[in-house]
Design a protein around this ligand. Structure first.
Ligand code: ADP
Ligand code: ASP
Ligand code: MG
Length: 474
């Protein structure tokens, strides 16, 4: 039993979908029992979200244009992929119905002048509801018995719209009752990634990039032998190949290492993907749809011994918040109050660093939340600011966290020295740093203007030097 997830580029146009169909057909020839999870065609979710936002801001034209663009995009792909005229027509009607619904929704959003997270989830999930039936029909045209399934029927979530959490027990129940029988009857189901619904049937989404997570949840409920994430690169590389062209595929990573990389911005895997896999010990493999026999990465429980640093990742669009003041020294509770205020505005803290002098606390939040965080802190510390116990609450925008990940760093001396020497020689200023107690991750904060150079020089220091042991690369 295998679960295969295909990302946006793997279903981005007719050629890509034809390639995806070949991968599925070849896999099916080896293992009869497979479940397929698909993303929306690339660019579709962005277009849906942006049109809904524009509608709320008073603009009608963007959603009217988007309806036509999306209609053409899906039907153009269908023309070459779906052999039967009748099937093509049924698919065309389905797309028209979804897009009419989209236009009606955007029209209401436009009239109300407001877009709620709940409303946005209905709109943003429509892309998968158009790609899944297309992929299923393309499979049937190639002789694979397939049917699409709306994950709203099986993926039960809470009502945290925009970032809903799947509820495992009811989801696995529905997988047993609804999905498993399809597979046992020889049908290859194509399930919409990214989307779900509450117990009472209100549509939700699992967060941007969440199809990976969908596949992992369903794979776990199905007790899959492997969860396969098919994308547009040869597995997980030692760095984002868009930043480091010399980056190479890592043959194996532990769950822990891959989770750190995903958390710190390696977009190739949604950060929550590994949670369901870890629970059942299911291997997760990352493969390239456009190079199916090429290198891939497998993520398992076992840590791989060789290699100090496994990979370098980065998260952009961040703000470093500094709470500074000589009067903070020795005053108990400042840190607790700082993070309570941040939690009260539901902002996520990505990294914390405190100098031992206790004269400042600094932490990193996403840029789009930094104004709320600053305001919350200024309210919380109004008295201390007036009394000058705290001198200022000072945001530094446009920073990037660069994370250096690898369990082989644990207990190995000289890693930090090599790291900072490489950055120093290249003139990169490190604004703040933190090391996890597991010692499998060192995170640095650098300016946006320096971050590409930072990733490149760290990669050179740990992967392109003969004196440093590297992990198994392919
Ligand atoms: P999909 O649409 O298939 O889900 P994504 O765009 O979400 O694909 O993720 C794949 C992208 O992740 C790659 O094209 C690559 O640019 C980026 N990426 C970032 N870091 C890494 C890394 N360490 N290894 C591989 N790809 C990475
Ligand atoms: N289509 C969704 C997105 O663009 C989910 C995904 O691709 O994983 O965020
Ligand atoms: Mg993705």
């Amino acid at each position: 039993m295998l679960t295969l997830k295909f990302g946006g580029t793997s279903v981005g146009n007719a050629d890509a979908i034809a390639q995806t169909v070949s991968v599925i057909a070849a896999t099916k020839a080896q293992d009869q029992n497979i479940a397929v999870v698909t993303s929306a065609m690339s660019g579709v979710t962005d277009l849906l979200v942006n049109s809904a936002r524009a509608a709320a801001a008073g603009q009608r034209q963007p959603f009217l244009d988007a309806r036509d663009i999306l209609h053409d995009k899906h039907l153009e792909a269908a023309r070459t992929l779906i052999g039967s005229e009748e099937e093509r027509s049924v698919y065309g009607q389905h797309v028209t119905k979804q897009l009419d619904f989209f236009a009606r929704l955007c029209s209401s959003i436009n009239v109300l002048g407001e877009l709620t997270p709940r409303g946005l989830d209905v709109v943003s999930g429509l892309g998968e509801r158009m790609s899944a039936p297309l992929l299923a029909a393309a499979l049937r045209s190639r002789g694979v018995n397939s049917a699409w399934l709306d994950a709203a029927e099986i993926m039960v979530t809470d009502d945290n719209f925009g970032e809903a959490a799947p509820l495992l027990i009811p989801t696995c129940d529905r997988v047993q009752n609804r999905l498993k029988p399809m597979i046992e009857q020889g049908v290859t189901p194509v399930i919409t990634g990214f989307v779900g619904a509450t117990e009472s049937g209100i549509p939700t989404t699992l967060g941007r990039g969440g199809s990976d997570f969908s596949a992992a949840i369903l794979g776990s409920c199905l007790s899959a032998d492997e969860i396969q994430i098919w994308t547009d690169v040869n597995g997980i590389l030692s760095a984002d190949p868009r930043i480091v062209p010399q980056a190479r595929t890592l043959k194996q990573l532990s769950y822990n290492e891959a989770a750190e990389l995903a958390y710190f911005g390696a977009k190739v895997l949604h950060p929550k993907t590994l949670l369901p896999a870890i629970e059942r010990g299911i291997p997760v493999r990352i493969l390239n749809t456009f190079n199916p026999d090429g290198p891939s990465t497998v993520i398992t429980r076992e840590p791989q011994k060789n290699g100090l640093v496994k990979a370098i990742s980065a998260i952009r669009d961040l703000t470093l918040m500094n709470v500074e003041g000589r009067g903070m020294m020795g005053v108990p509770g400042i840190a607790a109050r700082t993070f309570r205020a941040v939690a009260d505005v539901k902002a996520n803290v990505l990294m914390i660093s405190q100098a031992s002098s206790e004269q400042s606390i600094c932490f990193v939040v996403r840029r789009h939340r930094s104004d709320d965080v600053q305001m919350a802190l200024e309210t919380e510390f109004e008295r201390e600011l007036t009394l000058r116990y705290i001198d200022r609450i000072h945001p530094v925008h446009n920073v990037v966290i660069v994370a250096v990940v690898g369990s082989g760093m644990r207990g190995t001396p000289g890693i930090a020295g090599r790291l900072f020497r490489s950055l120093g020689n290249a003139g990169v200023n490190v604004i703040a740093l933190a090391q996890g107690s597991s010692e499998s991750n060192i995170s640095l904060v650098v300016d946006r203007a320096d971050f590409e150079k930072a990733v490149q020089v760290i990669h050179r220091a740990f992967f392109q030097s003969r004196s440093v042991p590297t992990p198994q690369l392919v």
